[in-house]
Structures are given as structure tokens and as C-alpha cells.
Design a protein around this ligand. Structure first.
Ligand code: PAD
Ligand code: ZN
Ligand code: ZN
Length: 376
């Protein structure tokens, strides 16, 4: 390609400081170094986690930064030693790497990688430098992938080649939102046929949990949200009942326990607050109930939990991107999408040009969108 080996000037949405709207800027993107890939981003979704970054509640993010982690694009050029992709390949980028070498990557039962942001900061690439500059300043990467940039440079183990026929403006959601929710039900909770589930929070991720519970054969899926505008889509995707905690005088965990006898088999917290985490945990039955925490609580949060909730056997567990080993799973998830085994397109309520990125965030904050896909 004509741009290979050269610095590319292109558009990117930069977060200069906490609490400020994103600023669409012209940035310079350096060529990839060894084991890195430069990707032309075609489409990227807006996930609530990006909003947590903008509000400063997501752990250890260095500003200025280019957020975005739900992207799909086309390989522009590759650095030395890259073997899994070549220029022109369609790829999905993910914020949870799979280095394939660490002890967790080698464990078939886990998807966590020791190169993840929770273990090592991903605000700079593995060689501790950035490939982005803007107005003479170094700009940080986000989760190594920064998909709110027209071109981004990423380590090879944060992307996977996908079917050349896949529509990038749709399958970008498989990078985070859809895969997280669907996998939380299928991989993390391992929902059993005939079971009862409660899903707290009906954003893009929560609705994907609903889809996962349905695919796993749950017979009752109770969707919980304070925004009743989300209920119609939840029912379309498989929820059997929808409730708003605001319609009851008593705590929602008591409502769910009454509705089900002893509590649900599986509960999912897909919001990210301490109160809803406690409510979700108390909503699953005291014996075999499993609560999966998907929502990302502000870093440093302390959650007051009565330890007696665990004494009789309840389990509470977390999930990162729905338990998928991403490099192995993304091509398969895209194949399943192409075979229409699930319809993640139903999560997309808005498609906007990248220039309207702040409008996309406003729609999310106002509860008007489920997923907005931004196009470059
Ligand atoms: P979203 O903002 O689109 O959806 C959140 C939903 O929760 C909205 O429909 C709200 O109306 C609803 N809600 C808010 N407060 C309450 C309440 N008190 N009671 C009931 N409902 C309420 O977000 P999203 O779907 O993009 O993301 C959801 C969370 O999942 C968020 O915390 C995000 O950071 C996290 C996430 N985790 C992972 C992971 O790997 N664990 C991946 C992606 C996103
Ligand atoms: Zn996300
Ligand atoms: Zn690893």
C-alpha cells in the first residue's frame, strides 16, 4: 500500500481530559513496529465502558487518550514478524488480548490474559511508546486498540482475521458488547435449559445477556431496567417479563424472590453500580444461585455485601468479555453471525458518522440508544 511505512494523518476522537467531550482532531499515526499491525477502522460501536473512561471512573487511564474498543476494520500494513494477518484482511480488534504465552492464556478454562489492562497498563503499546501524536503532543492508546481513530496501531495479539464477507458496520459489536453479554450467559453462568434468569440493565450488553439466556434454553427471563423504553426490544430478544424497580415499594430482590419462589437460578448485573450488584446477588436463590457481575463499577468501589448471602451456596462471579478467548473465538463468532445463529444487528439503534461521536454519547446517556455504530 502507498501508505505503508509512512506516518498517516487522519481523524480521531481525542479525550484531552476527564469530563470533557471528545474532540475530533487530525492526528498522526506512526507505522507499526515489530509484531504490530496498523488497521484502518471502518466501524466502531460506543460501549458504556468508553463513557466510564470519559467520566474518569475506569481504572488507570492516562490522558490525553483515544478511547473506543468495539471496532472492526481492514489491515493497512504490518510490522516485522506479524504472521496472522496481511494488508487487506478484515479484522476485529478487542480490548482483551490473547497473547497465547502466559499461564492464563494456556489454561483452557479461562480467557484472562496477563497482558490485559488489569495487569499491565495498555495506555502505551508493549514497548512503552505511543504511535499517536496530535498538535505536537503524544496521545495515549486505550486498551491497546483505540478504535475512535481512523487508523490505529495494535499488537498482533489484540486482533483476529474474520470472514472477508462480514459486514464490518455490524460485526464490530462482536468486539465487546454482544460477545460480553452473550458469553456471560453461555460461558460464565453456563445457563441450563429450563432455568430462570434475571438480567439487570438492558443496554447493549444486558440485551445480549437476554439473547444468551434464550439461546441456552432458559424458560423464564426477567428483564430489569428503570427505563421502560428498553422493554419492547428486551421482549423481542427473549425476555419473558420486564419490570422496573421504580414500580415497587420494596427492594427489587424481594420482588424477584416473590415472583420465582426462592429466587432466580442466574442473575446478571449489567449496569455497574454497587446497589444493583447487591440486588442482583440477593435475587439468585440461596442454594445453587449464580450471580454474574458484568457491569464495571467505578474503580475503588466498595460494595457492602452480607456474607450470609454466600453461606448456603450462592456464587458470585465476574466476566471479562463474556469468557471468550478472543483470538480463538472471534472468527467463530463471526461465522455464527454469518450463519444467522444470532442477530446482533437488533442491538444497533443508531448509525452515525464519526463527526457526530458526541451525539452518540448523548444518546447513550439519555437512554435513547442501545448501540450506536460510528462510521469513518
Ligand atoms: P448501557 O448504559 O447501554 O446500559 C445500562 C442499562 O442499565 C440502561 O438501560 C439503564 O437504563 C439501566 N440502568 C441504570 N441504572 C439502573 C438501575 N438502578 N436499575 C435498573 N436499571 C438501571 O450500558 P452497556 O450495556 O453498554 O454496558 C453495561 C455495563 O457493562 C457497563 O457498566 C459497562 O462498562 C459494562 C461492560 N462490561 C464488560 C465486561 O467485559 N465485563 C464489557 C462491556 C461492558
Ligand atoms: Zn465494551
Ligand atoms: Zn496471555
Amino acid at each position: 500500500m502507498a501508505t505503508s511505512g509512512k506516518v498517516i494523518r487522519c481523524r480521531a476522537a481525542v479525550a484531552w481530559a476527564v469530563g470533557k467531550p471528545l474532540s475530533l482532531e487530525e492526528v498522526e499515526v506512526a507505522p507499526p513496529k515489530a509484531r504490530e499491525v496498523r488497521v484502518k477502522i471502518v466501524a466502531t460501536g460506543i460501549c458504556r465502558t468508553d463513557d466510564h473512561v470519559l467520566e474518569g471512573s475506569f481504572l488507570d487511564i492516562d490522558f490525553p487518550v483515544i478511547p473506543g474498543h468495539e471496532g472492526a476494520g481492514i489491515v493497512e500494513s504490518i510490522g516485522e514478524g506479524v504472521t496472522s494477518v496481511k494488508p487487506g484482511d478484515k479484522v476485529i480488534l478487542f480490548g482483551l488480548p490473547q497473547c497465547g504465552e502466559c499461564c492464563f492464556c494456556k489454561n483452557p478454562d479461562s480467557n484472562y490474559c496477563l497482558k490485559s489492562h488489569l495487569s499491565v497498563s495498555q495506555c502505551l503499546l508493549p514497548d512503552k511508546t505511543s504511535r499517536f501524536t496530535c498538535r505536537g503532543k503524544q496521545i495515549h492508546h486505550f486498551l491497546w486498540i483505540s478504535t475512535f481513530a481512523e487508523y490505529t496501531v495494535v499488537p498482533e495479539f489484540t486482533l483476529a482475521k474474520i470472514d472477508a464477507a462480514a459486514p464490518l458496520d455490524k460485526v464490530c459489536l462482536l468486539a465487546c458488547g454482544f460477545s460480553t453479554g452473550y458469553g456471560a450467559a453461555i460461558n460464565t453462568a453456563k445457563v441450563k435449559p429450563g432455568s430462570t434468569c434475571a438480567v439487570f440493565g438492558l443496554g447493549g450488553v444486558g440485551l445480549s445477556v437476554v439473547m444468551g439466556c434464550k439461546a441456552a434454553g432458559a424458560s423464564r427471563i426477567i428483564a430489569v431496567d428503570v427505563n421502560k423504553e428498553k422493554f419492547a426490544r428486551a421482549k423481542e430478544l427473549g425476555a419473558t417479563e420486564c419490570i422496573s424497580p421504580r414500580d415497587f415499594q420494596k427492594p427489587v430482590q424481594e420482588v424477584l424472590t416473590e415472583m420465582t419462589g426462592y429466587g432466580v437460578d442466574y442473575s446478571f448485573e449489567v449496569i455497574g453500580t454497587a446497589d444493583t450488584m447487591v440486588a442482583a446477588l440477593a435475587s439468585c436463590n440461596m442454594n445453587t444461585g449464580v450471580c454474574v457481575v458484568v457491569g464495571v463499577l467505578p474503580s475503588g468501589s466498595v460494595v457492602p455485601i452480607d456474607p450470609l448471602l454466600f453461606l448456603s451456596g450462592r456464587t458470585c462471579k465476574g466476566t471479562l468479555i463474556g469468557g471468550w478467548k478472543m483470538r480463538d473465538s472471534i472468527p467463530k463468532l463471526v461465522s455464527s453471525y454469518m450463519e444467522k445463529k444470532f442477530n446482533s444487528d437488533l442491538l444497533i439503534t443508531h448509525t452515525l458518522p464519526i463527526a457526530k461521536i458526541n451525539e452518540g454519547f448523548e444518546l447513550l446517556r439519555a437512554g435513547k440508544s442501545i448501540r450506536t455504530v460510528l462510521l469513518f
